[in-house]
Structures are given as structure tokens and as C-alpha cells.
Ligand binder design. Sequence first.
Ligand SMILES: [Zn+2]
Length: 310
Amino acid sequence: MSDLRNHAEDIHEQFSDHLNVDVDDIESRLSNLVDEYKVPVDEARRSVTNHYLDEAGLERDALGGGDGSELVELAEVDEAEQWVTIEAQVVDLWEPRSDSVGQVGLLGDESGTIKFTKWAKSDLEELDAGQSYRLGNVVTDEYEGQYSVKLNRTTTIEEIDAEIEVGDDTEAVEGALVDIQSGSGLIKRCPEDDCTRVLQNGRCAEHGEGEGEFDLRVKAVIDDGNAVHESIFDQDATEELTGITLDEAKEMAMDALDTSVVADEIREEVLGGYYRVEGPTLGRYVLANDFERLGGPTDAEETLIKARSL
Ligand SMILES: [Zn+2]
């Protein structure tokens, strides 16, 4: 069964008590938006649902979505496009990359953590870092094996007085930085609403060709002597790790007419160094929230560079 057919059946199910509507009809409306107008599926689904709400003269609550969705633990989220209720603490708030995103950050409960996105237009109250909430009717999403939840117009937000404990899924890795994976250095991300996928040859897997926004990151392989671990450094961490700022990286790439010079420079800077990296795990990656350099062979080179600049 096609993806759209699944969505159509879900919507059909929701309206079965209210409207006499055909699954094919719902599917063709979805398909029109998704295939003809390239609207993202979740948006198309909202739009089609709204259409039938209007047709039935119903408020969205009448569908029994509301807080009626199933309460799940964050670690149980293992499928996209599920409407669920969660109880979690706002662990971290991040800078939204797009005006259409109201808030983005990390939620945590005893089972672990998950990324969340709240649309600006969903008109929901602001979430505070450190506060625990019951969030009714959020939609799950998945990209490259990483799950997230999206707060939307139908989401209910309720403060919880007790603080929800956040399970410790942080990991610390200590060892030699033995490789920098492809996709490191100066990259471009899709500028579409809350997409942030990394462009491959100027294309987003979902939104096609686009201008893209520059970002800096390192995907490092760290060998602790027993096993190798993969770690991601975001822009801030990368700037601290390498001493190269995003602006400097852009300049380097422009001078060389090639973005790969940035990854080369980073490789030169960090390969062979010993690091301790600590942070939450996201799939197979340790996010480098905290790290320190414990020493390493490139120290000699830094001295040399300094000496040359005198
Ligand atoms: Zn995109």
C-alpha cells in the first residue's frame, strides 16, 4: 500500500462517524497536493483533514484526536506519522533555523530524549527549558533513523508540576580521533521549513534543488582502543574544536572555489589528537555537547604554525 493510501485510510477512519467520504477521494486530494504541488506529506494531511472538518462543520477536537492519543515513552517512538501524547521535560532549546519554526529543542523523559519542533503558525504557548509538560497529540517524524516529534495546531500543552526525570542516555568517549567522515566541514542545509537536511550536490532529498544555507559540522570517528565511536560536532562545537569559524570556512571555500578545503583543513587540525567527548546519543552518534582535547601529535604542528607566524 502506498504511503498516501495509508494516510488516506487514517483520515477516512477519523471521519467515519461524521462524513460519508470515499478513501479514493481522500487519496486523490492528498496526491494532488503532494505530487502536483510538492507539499510535504504532513502538511498535505493537515490541509486535507481541515477540508473535511469544514465539510463536516466540525472543530478538530470533535475527531477525538486531542489528548486522546496514546501516552507513550520517548524511547517507544519508532514509527513516523503517529499521533501520540508524551510527558517530558524540555531539556534544551535550540535556535530555530527558519522563521516558520517557533521553537525547536530536545525533550526528555525517563526513557531518553527526542528532538521536537513547534511551528510558529501553530499558535501554541512558549515552552520553557527545564519545565515538564504533558503534550497531547504530537506527530512523530523520522529522518535517517532519527525520530522527532512535531507540535502542531491540534497539540495540547499542559504544565506538569512534578519534574520529569530525564533518563541518562549520555555517553562519554575517550580516545584518538582517527577519521573525519564525509559530510564534515562546510556543508549546505536545505532552507525549507524545518527541513535542515544536508544538500547532496545542491539537492535536498525531499525538496529538490535549492540554494541551501551554510553550516559547519564534523562527523568524527574516535577510537578508544577497544571500539570505534562516531561523534557529531555541531557548528559551535566545530568552531571550538578547529578554531575555524563559519565565516572563515566560507571565505576559505570561496578563495579555493571548493568547499572541500574546509574538511581538509579540519582533518589536518584534529586527526590523531586525543579527545574526550561527552553528550547524548542520537542513533549511533554521540553529540559532542562537551569535549576536551587531551593532547596529541598535532600539538607539535600548532607550535610550528605559531613559530612561523612570529
Ligand atoms: Zn529539504
